[in-house]
Design a protein around this ligand. Sequence first.
Ligand code: GKR
Ligand code: MG
Length: 453
Amino acid sequence: MNLHRRDWLGGTGGSLLALGAGQVPGTGPIGPFRARDRLTITDLTVTPIALPDPPLLAASGCHGPYFLRNIIELKTASGAVGLGETVGGERVTAGLEKARAIVVGQSVLSYRRCAAQLQALGMGVYAGIELACLDAIGRVTGRTLCELIGGPVRDSVEFAAYLFYRYAADHPVVLADPHLADSRGRGEHAIDDWGEVRTPEAMAAMAARFRDRWGFRTFKLKGGVLPPEVERDSLFAMAERLGPGAKLRIDPNARWKKDTAIRIGKEISRLKMEYYEDPVAGQSAMAEVRQATGLKMSTNMCVTKFTDIPGAMRTEPIDVLLVDHHYFGGFAGCQALGPLSKGVGWTLSQHSNSHAGITMAAMVHLAASIPELTLASDTHYPWLIPGTDIIETSGLKIENGAIRVPTGPGLGVALDPDRLARAHATYKKCGMRGRDDRSLMRKIEPGWTGELL
Ligand code: GKR
Ligand code: MG
């Protein structure tokens, strides 16, 4: 919804007038003008959802049969509704329910005013509400989210192919999972047709399919799953199959011992490795691996908050930091990481977890607003089962390995109410209330412990 400039000034002017003489901005009561402010939040709806997740493998175990997210709809007095998507799970849902009392009556422009209270309920809670506020401001003013935060600094954002070892979608243990609440089945009734991928050859073939289908030029192998030598061989097979132009990454999510990480790191340094992500746990061990292998290193595990940065400046474990607005203090926190990382000598990329289209749009707007975020971002979006996204089919297409920054107001995407209702019904039926990769993995591979390799 676009507003005439006069209406927009009328709306914001109300909140300015509401501040009386001598009153510190942002601390006063909500006065009569502010109550009429078109940007005043009048309600917040939280909808927990479950979307089908294929059996992707990681150090944490096996994904599925659903991944959880929380969807936020923030109503404003203007009638515009801001959308947010954040981390799933009942604790976050409860935090968002509590946040209603904090934000209703506030202006969507003043989300920073409530930041400390919201962050006390969880970083994911803050991130979801900040996003919905920004989307609402964009919808009311007719500006894209990226414009509101100073961008775009680039018109499209590059993403990496995120390659997981996996079981076939119709694995019998998955089909027998008591959480299953949809009609998926064997063969053509499976939720996807990638099949089982647990060998170097199968991984190289999947990488080539990702390249051919979405045009990716950067390829991230999710490691910490098979014996480290098999994962090393997978990288070599991918390099051969994809050719010299392909940039490679591997991320064992700290499941490797330091000796393993150094040995494999030296071997893969012969390849065109863009970076080596979290092979081991902790800043000191990461720094040792970095020194011993000479590889560029990255993390979304040993630097995940601002208070981790002083230690990282001393130990020097990384060259690349993966930002994520869900835990780094929202868009505001991630934007602050731009100049900071430049000062420290890091480059930025973007971390991802399983997500739907609102987050996809958010990641594009965020990356398009940070000049220092120059490396291809991660995204789980290609794993989202077609027809299940909770947004209307939109311009969020990955082409040539990139997504163009949406040009509509706010996030530039619209909620599909039927699909949202379906995903919420699935959440209620499936009974999953948090991520538990370990349990499904132990059903599929009973001896699995997740020990260091
Ligand atoms: O989806 O299993 C997964 C990933 O392993 C995810 O949970 C990680 O947080 O993608 C992430 C990463 O880069 O470590
Ligand atoms: Mg990682």
